[in-house]
Structures are given as C-alpha cells and as structure tokens.
Design a binder for this molecule. Structure first.
Ligand code: FBP
Length: 547
C-alpha cells in the first residue's frame, strides 16, 4: 500500500541539465594534481593519476553497443539514492535498450559475496523519487583488499559488467579509486565510477558542490527544529538540546542553524580552532541561558553537532590514541578482546597518562563508549555518545553553582533530542531528486566515454536545473595522505566547516542576536509542488557559498 504522496511523487520526472538531454561529447580540461602529497599519490595511482576534469556538452548522435553496469550503495543512507539508480538505469537504457543494470545487495559485501539483482522497468518504477536505500540495501563493508577485488572481478565477468558505480562518502569513494586503479593496473577492462553521497555534507570541494542527501536531511531536521522552537516559544519552560547527525563535520548543524535561527549552535571546527575545553563550551552555553533568564526567558534551543566531542582538542588527542591502541599493528584490523572489561583494561593500560586522565574525567558512560565501540573503518561511533545530555547536565551544574554565587536566578529544565535517522531516508526534495537523477544519468555518460577512477559531478546547482553543468572529476584529484589507524593512507580529503567560509561567517555575524532574541524561523515541511521559492531552493550553505 502506498501513501498518496508516494503515488503522486512516482510520476515526477526529475530534471536533467541541458547537456544531458541529448547526445553528449566529453570536453577534457588540463591534467590534474592531487590536493596534496602529489608524489606519493602519483606513485600509488600510476594508472589513474593526473587525468583531466571532464565536462559534457551537446554532441552528435552515435550508436552504442549494449553494455552492462553494476551499482553499489555504500555506507549511511541519504535521500536520493534511488534516483541515482533510476537516473543511471535510464541513462544506460537510453544509450542502448539492451544494456543491463545490476544492483549488488547490501553494500560492497554484495559484490564480494556475488549477491545481486537485475533491474527491470517495473522494479525501478517502484522506487523513483522515494527516499531510502531499500531498493538493494546498503552496507559498510570496506572494499580494500585484493582478495575482495578478485572476488568482485569474478562476478563482474560472469555478468558481463563493463563498469561499476559506487555510491558513497569519502571513505567509499577512496576505496572506489583504489579499485579503479587495481582493475586498470591488471587490465581487467572494468571501469569504476564514484558518486558523492552523504547527508553529512563533508564530501565537497572545488569540483563537488555538495554531496547528495544533505539538502533533504537538513530540510527535514530544520522542519523538526522549527516545530520544537514553536513549542518552546509557546510553553516557555524548556531548553531543548538538539544533537544533529554528522559524524565529523558540523555542516548539518550549521545549515540547520541558518534555516531556523536557534539561540545557540555549536560548531565543532570552531571549538577546535579556539582550542576550547569542555568547560569552555559549557560556560559559553550557560552564559546564553543566564542572559536569557535575566530577561525572563527560561527557554531556548541549542544545536549540537554529533562530532563535537571529537573536536575538543584534549578529547581528540585521546581518541587518536585510542584508535591506534585498538588497532592490531600486524593486521591493521581492530583488536579482538574476550570481553568488554578486558578491552577497557587493555585501553587504560596502554594509553599515555595525560590521555588516561582525560578519559577518566568523563562521565562513566562516555568513557565506555570511547573505549569500546568502533565502526568498520575503525572510527569512534560518535552517534552513540549522548553529547546533548552530557552538555545539558554540565550546564545545569554550572548554573546551580552560579545560583549559589548569586550570579543567576532563573529556572533551567532541559529536553533532549537526537535527529539523524529521521532525515536519512526522507523522500528527496526536488533539489535532491533532480541532482541525484542527474548524477546517475551522468555516470552512464562517463562509462560510455570509457572513463574510470572518476566521480560523477553536477555543478552550478544554484541555477535552474537546465543550466546545471555535468561531467566528471578524477578521484585522485581530491586525495592526500592521512594517518589512519597507525599508517599513512591515500584518502579523499574530508571537507570540514571553513571558519573563513561564507556560511560560517554569516552565522557568526548573527548568532549574538539569535542568542538573546527569540528570532526563530519555522521552515515547515519540504514542499514538492508550489512556488519555486518554497519548493526548489538549495541549502542556505550552498546559496551563501555561491553568492
Ligand atoms: P555516511 O558517511 O556513510 O554517509 O554516513 C553518515 C552518517 O549518517 C553519520 O552522520 C552518522 O554518524 C553515521 O552515518 C551513522 O551510521 P550508522 O547508522 O551506520 O551507525
């Protein structure tokens, strides 16, 4: 059974850039360089380094032999993934209706384990313009070992697949690049194309304007924050601490702040740049609460980025050491322990004294979360750390102390929220529906042009879709060397919030006013039909960046 919205949305035909509406020709730019560590990256990627940026322009009609393509959804869900697949499907079929698209099931693991489905018209039609990754499922298996690449080539050959499209974030696209290089070096004749996905918004650079899903996720969270702000301004008795997903960068928190104008929004990158301690952060918030209380406003909203804790310098140092001691230097894999107690004992016995002091100064549950849980890439699962509760408890303590000292005389009562999963599978906004469909369709053109080691890109997206620019960027161009789990690795550089960038500067110029006044904005739900200023606006972040 489908909702009325689902039925109506299924009929939506996403827009394409003008250049992709007919036959294309690839225009090649100059040879490229990686963003840093050029010599090392070049040596590691001899077959895929230095390739030019590609732009598609209208070209002559040509015939294409049928070709088969495989697709993988990797990592966390992001709104629009189904449209990348439907765009790729339509693109591949438009070149030759006998071409086939296969989907590997439950992430990169599906390629390794040879689990797949073939897409058909009916199958694809069920998922057009819907949120989620449930069409084939997603997974976080790391695709990085030769044995996996070799297992993959077996099934790719069996299905006659000429190219593999990997939809993922920075880690997954790094792995896509390694795979592209491996297949090129071995002359296996399989191309690999990446596609920039993540609600976190941290896979962007001069070539990639935004990762897909960021737009819809932020609009969904902003609707909820706006609703909370209305409630908060009606009841006038609670401070709402709202944690927002975004494992590392604070783009989501910043965008939501720009959309809703809360009383406070922490930006992890700023906390790090100013070398703030946890106590500094708590004092900053308590001062805002106290100032509002002095005017009779014992209510407000605070946005907390999910990754905050990792950016507090002392805690960052601690986490870096924890990541190292929890990795087996021989295998590069996470160490395995017989029990949680043994793991905590091992950690405490093997980290530097100053880090141990920081660890033990944290509340017990946070201490445990830091010592124990890791994702398959070896990262702390910050989404499990209840920073919003940690902060409100510490603010309450500080206010109680100020009350005793006669510095504060208000009431402080907190509510807590964590918005992440509420937005990752939302039905894509018009922006994401069009952007994703274009990214997928464009990937078919990169494949037809024989490209490998490229990421599908669509630019100029603050303009109407017809004026968007389609093409490809070599993944090696975005790489640098970084220390990961004890060793230097080539990785795509993650885009954090830039403190000298227009979105942050705009926020910083307004936040004192938003802290004091009740200047809330209520964005309301995503709209699909209606005036373009209601339905088709890109994120404020993108608008400010492109201004
Ligand atoms: P990706 O980088 O894979 O897109 O995932 C991002 C994210 O949504 C983060 O914001 C969050 O910290 C993480 O996934 C949570 O993942 P999981 O639900 O697998 O624990």
């Amino acid at each position: 059974m489908k909702s009325a919205l689902q039925i109506a949305r299924a009929a939506y035909q996403p827009k394409l850039p003008k250049a992709l509406q007919g036959p294309v020709v690839a225009k090649e730019g100059k040879p490229t360089q990686s963003v840093d560590n050029q010599e090392e990256i070049k040596a590691l990627f001899p077959n895929t380094y230095g390739m030019p940026v590609i732009t598609f322009e209208a070209g002559e009609e040509t015939t294409t032999d049928p070709f088969n393509v495989g697709i993988i959804l990797s990592g966390g869900q992001a709104p629009g993934g189904h449209n990348v697949i439907s765009g790729l499907y339509d693109g591949v079929k438009s070149l030759n209706k006998d071409s086939k698209l296969y989907g590997f099931l439950m992430g990169p693991g599906g390629l390794v384990d040879h689990k797949y489905v073939e897409f058909t018209d009916q199958f694809i039609d069920e998922y057009r313009n819907t949120g989620g990754f449930d069409i084939i499922g997603s997974g976080r298996t790391k695709l990085e070992k030769e044995a996996q690449f070799e297992s993959g080539i077996e099934i790719l050959r069996q299905l006659g697949i000429k190219a593999l499209v990997i939809i993922g974030g920075d880690d997954s696209n790094t792995n896509a690049c390694v795979l592209a290089e491996y297949y090129a070096a071995k002359k296996y004749g399989v191309q690999v194309i990446g596609c920039p996905k993540t609600i976190d918004g941290d896979l962007k650079n001069e070539q990639i304007e935004t990762s897909f899903g960021f737009d819809t996720a932020c609009k969904t969270y902003s609707e909820l924050i706006g609703n909370i702000q209305r409630d908060c301004n009606s009841a006038r008795k609670y401070w709402h601490f709202i944690k927002l997903m975004g494992r590392s960068a604070s783009h989501i928190a910043l965008e939501c702040a720009l959309q809703t104008q809360p009383n406070a929004c922490l930006i992890s990158e700023e906390v790090e740049a100013k070398a703030m301690s946890l106590d500094d952060v708590v004092t900053y918030l308590a001062e805002i609460v106290a100032a509002r209380a002095a005017e009779g406003n014992n209510f407000g909203t605070v946005l907390v980025p999910e990754g905050l804790i990792e950016f507090i310098p002392a805690i960052k140092k601690l986490i870096a050491e924890l990541n190292e001691v929890l990795t087996d230097p021989e295998t590069g894999e996470s160490r395995v322990f017989a029990s949680k107690d043994e793991q905590v004992r091992f950690v405490k016995g093997n980290i530097a004294k100053e880090n141990l002091e920081v660890l033990e100064s944290l509340p017990k549950d946070v201490e445990l979360q830091l010592c124990l849980d890791r994702d398959p890439h070896g990262n702390v699962q910050v989404s499990l750390i209840e920073t919003e509760k940690l902060l409100s408890a510490m603010v309450a303590k500080k206010l109680a102390q100020w009350k005793e000292e006669g510095k504060y005389n208000g009431k402080f009562s907190a509510q807590h929220h964590f918005f992440g999963y509420e937005g990752r599978c939302a039905a894509p906004s018009n922006y994401d529906a069009d952007y994703c469909y274009s990214l997928g369709f464009n990937a078919s053109r990169l494949i037809a042009n024989g490209k490998t080691g490229y990421m599908s890109i669509i630019q100029n997206t603050t303009a109407p879709a017809a004026e968007w620019v389609a093409g490809g960027v070599p993944i090696t161009m975005m790489m640098n060397m970084e220390r990961r789990n004890g060793a230097m690795k080539p990785v795509i550089r993650k885009a954090l919030v830039e403190l000298d960038g227009a979105p942050f500067r705009f926020f910083a110029s307004k936040r004192a006013e938003w802290a004091k006044e009740t200047a809330y904005v209520y964005p309301g739900p995503i709209q699909y039909w209606g005036p373009t200023e209601v339905c088709d606006q890109p994120t404020k972040t993108l608008q400010l960046e492109k201004r």
